[in-house]
Each structure stands twice: as structure tokens, then as C-alpha cells.
Design a protein around this ligand. Structure first.
Ligand SMILES: [Zn+2]
Length: 235
């Protein structure tokens, strides 16, 4: 006998960086299992892969996940999790005073994505020459080792992966269509000051933020801390 099939509800969802609208369904038990295993592993690559696969399966329509900024993926995941298992995330927070682990709950709907300034992506290097930047994709970030991000070569990889166009008074060059080596040479020919201007773009990238406040059950200390980025809600 064929058992009944359950209709899955669908919810509208907006891509933060582009404003594009899609429809998303909750993840299913079999999909959640994969996610939970990844979270348990505490392995960032494995978690990123699970999150990415979940979003790809649950969003309907033509969404190219590789074009999304990493904060898009983080925000989509929070929304996906909220429609799938509920709006509350339970986590343990270590007291700043006594290190007691306090169970706290955070409402997904109160986790904000910080604002982005669309103008900050155009950076003038000289009077005529400049670049436009795009937000780093999750793929790019995971391709650069976390430790490496603080090094010059890691920063170089990050910056060159995020230059979208290079322009002068006459032309706009789409970096995707240019020779990698030439783009690399262009970036390496910048002065330290110009390179720093590109680096500043990354300081203001939108990120998930939540102000966590609670009184420690162990010592009574009033803790106030800012949780930033998806990982801080799941560790
Ligand atoms: Zn305490």
C-alpha cells in the first residue's frame, strides 16, 4: 500500500547581496542528519559543504550558489534553519569571568546582517584608474586557509579573487575575461597604500551580528558579548 505523501510548505526568501527573490522549502529529516553530522565534526570545510548542499537542495529555481557572497549563504542558512526546526538556537556560552558554560537561546530573527554600502565596492586608485570589488564567495574563502588569511599571500589571494573590474578613463576590463597573470601583475604593481584601500573593502563586508547578554549562573557576572558570523552560533 502506498503511504501518504506529505506536502512540504514553501517560503519566500531574498538574497541579501542582490535582492533577488526565491522560494525555499524546509530541509527534511534525512537532510538534517547530514548537517548534524557535519556540525558535530566541528570541521569548517565539512560544515560549509553541508550548508551549501542544503541550500542548493532547498531553494527552488536557478540559483548559482557559487556567485553568492559568503554572508548570503550564512543568512540563507539561518532562515532555512528557522523554517525547518524553529527560530531558536540553543548554545552554550562561556562566562567571561569564571568560564562557567551557560545555556542561552538566541532567536534567529534577532540575528542581524550588518548594512552594506553599495558605493564601497568602487575604489579609486589614481585619478583615472580604479577597480570595482565583489564580495568574497564562500568558495573563495574556504579555498584560502584560515591561518593563511592573515598572511600577505592569503590577503593577496583574497583581494585578487574579489576584484570584479578594473577601469581607467576609457575602458572597463572585466577581470573574468582577462588573463590571470595580467590581473595578478596589476595587483602586485599597486603601492602599499593603494593595496590597503582594497583591503579596507573587506572590513565593511556585511556580517551576522547578535548582542548576547546574560547573567552567569555560576558567578552572577553580567556578560555582554557580540556574536559574529555563522560559526559563533554553532560552536
Ligand atoms: Zn560566571
Amino acid at each position: 500500500m502506498a503511504l501518504p505523501k506529505i506536502d512540504v510548505p514553501r517560503y519566500p526568501v531574498t538574497i541579501p547581496s542582490t535582492g533577488e527573490e526565491f522560494v525555499m522549502r524546509p530541509y527534511l529529516v534525512k537532510e538534517e542528519k547530514v548537517l548534524l553530522l557535519a556540525l558535530e565534526s566541528q570541521d569548517t570545510q565539512q560544515i560549509a559543504m553541508a550548508v551549501r548542499n542544503l541550500i542548493t537542495s532547498c531553494i527552488e529555481g536557478e540559483l548559482d550558489i557559487d556567485t553568492l557572497a559568503s554572508f548570503d549563504i550564512e543568512k540563507l542558512f539561518l532562515e532555512l534553519r528557522a523554517i525547518s526546526v524553529g527560530d531558536v538556537i540553543e548554545l552554550n556560552s562561556k562566562c567571561k569571568e569564571c568560564e562557567h558554560e551557560n545555556p542561552v537561546s538566541v532567536k534567529t530573527s534577532e540575528i542581524k546582517l550588518t548594512d552594506h554600502d553599495p558605493d564601497s565596492s568602487t575604489i579609486r586608485l589614481t585619478k583615472d584608474v580604479g577597480v570595482t570589488m565583489k564580495y568574497p564567495s564562500a568558495e573563495l574563502i574556504s579555498s584560502i586557509d584560515a591561518e593563511n588569511l592573515d598572511s600577505v599571500s592569503g590577503l593577496m589571494d583574497l583581494v585578487s579573487g574579489c576584484v570584479n573590474t578594473i577601469f581607467d578613463a576609457e575602458n572597463v576590463y572585466d577581470v573574468k575575461k582577462e588573463n590571470d597573470k595580467e590581473v595578478q601583475d596589476f595587483i602586485e604593481s599597486l603601492t602599499a597604500e593603494q593595496f590597503q584601500k582594497l583591503g579596507e573593502f573587506f572590513v565593511n563586508i556585511p556580517r551576522l551580528e547578535y548582542n548576547l547578554e546574560y547573567e552567569c549562573a555560576g558567578c552572577g557576572h553580567k556578560n555582554e558579548m557580540e556574536l559574529r558570523g555563522l560559526a559563533s552560533f554553532f560552536t
